[in-house]
Design a binder for this molecule. Structure first.
Ligand code: ATP
Ligand code: MG
Ligand code: MG
Length: 355
């Protein structure tokens, strides 16, 4: 037995709770928002703010280990929680990935390729950064961005000033635009013993800054697949990481460039639910619970497609499609850009079918 505390009750927390339940573990979710998707499946839910010390302490006391579904947890809350229970993945992974500047610096210090980047805190910084990096480039807030939010593309030097203004004074980073042939990601895992594993890299297609599809196998040479997995392993080991991590990569003619890392289960790993014996959610739960990692080898070709906003109207048709697994998050309201669920279209290995 045992109880896993999860910070964040969105769809990732929900799918982590399902995976934990399958292993006979309970989950207790901490989430400020009302009616969180994870609330339907978790054993307990605390609805409180991250500055509520009493609620945080009671939450910590009720669990054996604490994990999270998003990286932007306030530092003071983490400090308090960590006085009571272990947080996995650990604080270093959070420190590095909460801020794009820290993250890019960490990755480039590891010897990994990243886009040219510069910190931008003022109009003077902006002028210097554009001088150094040029256009096209992309200005991003250092913190709190997701699904392409807090980003603006700069195509000409004349628009650099207005780009900076649009971020309303938030600390930012300017990145050179990477001319990629495709985007892939590796979902890596590391156990508390230090064993490392990785799922087969998937190819990701984004529309409007939001992940649309992930396809496995990614149409890339085997050598690149190996590079991607080894690179993810280096990141996991450098952070003494415990849990699952998403590593987003650009494929370029000169090799792999790391876009960003996410210290948690990742949208581009949802295909594993129907393509592997042990999916990314169970793998994460195993790692944080101190279990050995499971078998994450891929037994089918899969395309994962996110259901975003109005895509919910396609659900009846999708439910009737052969070889298609529906995963719905139980969100009542389908707002534009909101992730409502996903489908995994599965093409089983011929050998499995005939064997
Ligand atoms: P996520 O939801 O994955 O956390 P995010 O808001 O953190 O997204 P990024 O991953 O930084 O955003 O960027 C979103 C997408 O924008 C990338 O997947 C890529 O398609 C494009 N992009 C971002 N930065 C660059 C870059 N430097 N060069 C080329 N394309 C980029
Ligand atoms: Mg991101
Ligand atoms: Mg991203």
């Amino acid at each position: 037995g045992g109880t896993i505390g999860i910070l964040g009750g969105g769809q990732l927390g929900r799918m982590l709770s399902v995976a934990a339940a399958r292993l006979g573990l309970k989950t207790h979710v901490f989430e400020p928002g009302a009616n969180p998707p994870a609330g339907d499946v978790a054993h307990a839910v605390t609805t409180a703010e991250y500055d509520d010390a009493t609620a945080l302490e009671a939450f910590a006391a009720s669990v054996d280990v604490i994990t999270y579904e998003f990286e932007n947890i306030p530092t003071a809350a983490l400090d308090l929680l960590e006085r009571h229970r272990p947080i996995r993945p650990g604080r270093e992974a959070l420190r590095v990935s909460q801020d794009r500047l820290t993250e890019k610096t960490f990755l480039s210090d590891l010897g990994l390729g990243v886009a040219p980047f510069a910190a931008v805190d003022s109009a003077e910084d902006m002028a210097q950064a554009i001088e150094m990096i040029g256009v096209p480039s992309i200005l991003k807030t250092r913190r709190f961005g997701y699904d392409g939010k807090g980003q603006v593309r700069i195509d000409s030097r004349e628009t650099a000033g207005s780009a900076l203004d649009s971020l309303a004074g938030a600390p930012a980073i300017l990145e050179g635009m990477v001319d990629f042939t495709s985007e892939i990601s590796v979902i890596g895992a590391r156990s508390s013993r230090g064993d490392v594993a990785a799922f087969d890299p998937g190819m990701n297609v984004h529309v409007g800054g939001i992940l649309r599809t992930t396809t496995v196998p990614a149409p890339i040479p085997d050598s690149l697949r190996t590079d991607a997995v080894l690179l993810a392993g280096r990141i996991l080991n450098a952070l003494d990481y415990v849990g699952v991590m998403g590593v987003e990569l650009f494929v370029t003619p000169a090799g792999l460039i790391v876009n960003e890392i996410a210290p948690r289960v990742h949208n581009s790993g949802h295909w594993t639910q129907n393509g592997c014996t042990v999916d990314q959610f169970e793998q994460h739960i195993r790692a944080v619970a101190g279990w050995p990692l499971g078998d994450g080898s891929r037994f089918a070709d899969v395309q994962m497609e996110n259901l975003i906003g109005d895509d919910v109207s396609k659900i009846p048709a999708l439910a009737a499609e052969p070889d298609t697994a529906l995963h719905l998050y139980g969100k009542a309201e389908a707002r534009p850009g909101r992730k409502m669920g996903h489908v995994n279209r599965v093409q089983r290995d011929e050998r499995a079918a005939s064997g």
